[in-house]
Write a new protein. Sequence first.
Length: 56
Amino acid sequence: MTVDYDARMLVVGPLQAASRQGAIEGSYDLCDPHAERATGPEGWTVVRHEADRALP
C-alpha cells in the first residue's frame, strides 16, 4: 500500500522491489487479508491494482 497524503489517496497493489527495500516513502507491505480490507479516512480515494503474478 502506498499513501499519498496530498492527494488523499491509498494505492493498494502488488509488492514492488523498491518497497521491499524501503525505498518508496509512504509505502507499506500488507498481508493479503489486510490489503483486501484497506480503507482510507472519509473522503479519501482507494485505488486497487490486482497482481498478475506474485514477485519471488
